[in-house]
Design a protein around this ligand. Structure first.
Ligand SMILES: [Zn+2]
Length: 139
């Protein structure tokens, strides 16, 4: 068995970790999709309930699906992000090294960050900067 040269060991470790992160993506996608479908179903039921109510406290009943809408939007964005990450991971496995790299600055995203959120597209610094810009843009 040939031994990996020590100079490349940190790269090899990173690749190994990236493979582990990538292997969990499909599972995450299915879980997120299931929650998304569940929320859509709940929202439909609640809208049905809300339209049944003829009492004056209608406002309260209608507010419920709105909470779901926000969660639904969040989940939908997550699904898109996970699908994009799966595509990247496929390229990574085929020899392209796109996976786990910040789309903004091109630096490696830390394994800890990727383990926590595998579909993340930016490194910590760029994410913070983007959120800062978004906050400013909203005003
Ligand atoms: Zn970055």
């Amino acid at each position: 068995m040939p031994q990996a040269p020590t100079t490349h060991s940190s790269r090899t470790n990173r690749e190994e970790s990236l493979r582990q992160v990538g292997a969990g993506l499909q599972n995450l996608l299915e879980k997120t999709r299931a929650e998304y479908v569940g929320i859509r179903r709940d929202a439909k039921d609640q809208i049905k309930e809300a339209t049944k109510v003829t009492e004056p406290d209608k406002g309260n009943a209608i507010a419920l699906p709105e909470v779901n809408m926000r969660r639904e939007r969040l989940l939908r964005n997550q699904i898109v992000a996970i699908e994009a990450a799966i595509e990247k991971f496929k390229k990574f496995k085929a020899g392209g090294a796109l996976f786990g790299i910040c789309e903004e600055c091109g630096e490696d995203i830390s394994i800890r960050r990727l383990t926590h959120s595998p579909a993340v597209r930016l490194c910590c610094d760029c994410q913070a900067e983007m959120e800062e810009n978004e906050k400013r843009g909203m005003r």
